[in-house]
Design a protein around this ligand. Structure first.
Ligand code: 13P
Ligand code: SF4
Length: 349
């Protein structure tokens, strides 16, 4: 698509969003330059739902979304350069799927509190302690971890992947790493559905603990308080509280819906009667949904944001594209092993 047409698209998406539109006007030249470079160098720009709106809008409709959707798009990529606007584990996943392509991220320090402390040796410890039990690892992990894993999963398909892994191995236990809250949430969900799968997650049988530094900030008291302050009672038709799978289990129980980032967008689309929503997740998610759902008022708490996602800025993107720097590499023997767990996940519809 021509740069001019994309600029017009971005402008019309942000026009109704006062502050976002002013940001757009202030950065219009920079955005134009990035889109020109994209066209000239034939770059696929993938953008996660947590990007600030101006960065999020750089990706066309089909190329923005959650970890699962973006992995699927990366797997189909035809372009020789992929620019991943997200965090490093996401760009690394794109590289694992596209070894012959150049995969760029505009800040190689964009980490994740789940992925950063958890490495291959930690997976090996769980495998030694629980032999013959399948290991499902959340996509929020690095290539060395994925290489020791049977299945990769994202928040959009974790239940399906865990259930499938147990069935394939003919067991009723699965090791789920490294998110303790999500592991517990998956187990709770199976219990609610009457399914008996023992989910072994960090903290259940040991003193380990994996958490998202953003989602752990949401507490039950906070959600109850927001419901009161903003007149959003539980199960109301015109208001909804949505939570991400990475939140504490008591936050999920109090929410009207819980799921992946894309799942939240789908929920809003399926409920046109909604007038007000609060999202217990990274705050840019609501900013991005605001332009898509002009009839919904989003109650936002922008002190809760992901410092890693925030590292991706227009300036760094421009610099990275101009100079084709900040390239992601994965050692080939690790890449080949990690690919198996990602492909097993992508094969599940
Ligand atoms: P999604 O897979 O839902 O996009 O989430 C990724 C993530 O990092 C959430 O914190
Ligand atoms: Fe990691 Fe949490 Fe940031 Fe997602 S929001 S990238 S899980 S630190």
């Amino acid at each position: 698509m021509q740069t001019k047409q994309r600029i017009d698209e971005i402008e019309s998406a942000l026009k109704s969003e006062g502050d976002q539109y002013l940001d757009f006007l202030a950065n219009k030249e920079k955005i134009e330059r990035i889109l020109e470079l994209q066209e000239k160098k034939d770059v696929l720009i993938l953008g996660h739902n947590y990007m600030i709106p101006l960065v999020y809008q750089l990706s066309g409709q089909q190329y923005r979304g959650d970890s699962l959707g973006l992995s699927r798009e990366a797997a189909k990529a035809k372009n020789q350069i992929i620019l991943f606007n997200g965090v490093v584990f996401m760009a690394e996943t794109a590289k694992i799927l596209n070894p012959e392509k150049k995969v760029l991220i505009s800040d190689l320090e964009a980490g994740c509190s789940l992925a950063d402390p958890f490495r291959a040796k930690d997976v090996l410890e769980y495998k030694a302690r629980f032999p013959r039990i399948p290991v499902v690892t959340y996509i929020n992990s690095y290539a060395d971890v994925k290489a020791e894993t049977d299945y990769c999963c994202t928040s959009a398909n974790a239940l399906k992947v865990v259930e499938h892994a147990a069935k394939e191995f003919g067991v009723d236990r699965v090791i789920f790493l490294p998110d303790s809250f999500m592991g517990k949430n998956i187990e709770d969900e199976f219990n609610l559905e009457g399914k008996k799968i023992d989910v072994i997650y960090p903290g259940k049988y040991d003193k380990n603990f994996g958490r998202c530094e953003v989602h752990e900030k949401f507490t039950l008291e906070m959600i109850i308080d927001i419901r009161k302050q903003f007149n959003m009672p539980k199960n109301a038709t015109s208001t909804a509280v949505l939570a991400h799978w990475e939140c504490r289990s008591e936050v999920l129980r109090e929410a009207d819906f819980y799921g992946s980032t894309t799942g939240m967008g789908r929920y809003l689309k399926a409920h046109p009667e909604l007038k007000k929503a609060y999202l217990a997740t990274e705050c840019e998610m609501a900013a991005n949904l605001a332009s898509e759902f002009p009839n919904i008022e989003f109650v936002r708490a922008c002190s809760i944001f992901c410092q890693h996602m925030r590292k991706i800025t227009l300036d760094k993107i421009l610099h990275g594209l101009e100079n084709e720097v900040y390239e992601v590499f994965v050692e080939e023997s690790i890449r080949r092993k990690a690919l198996v767990s990602i492909e097993r996940m992508l094969a599940l519809k």
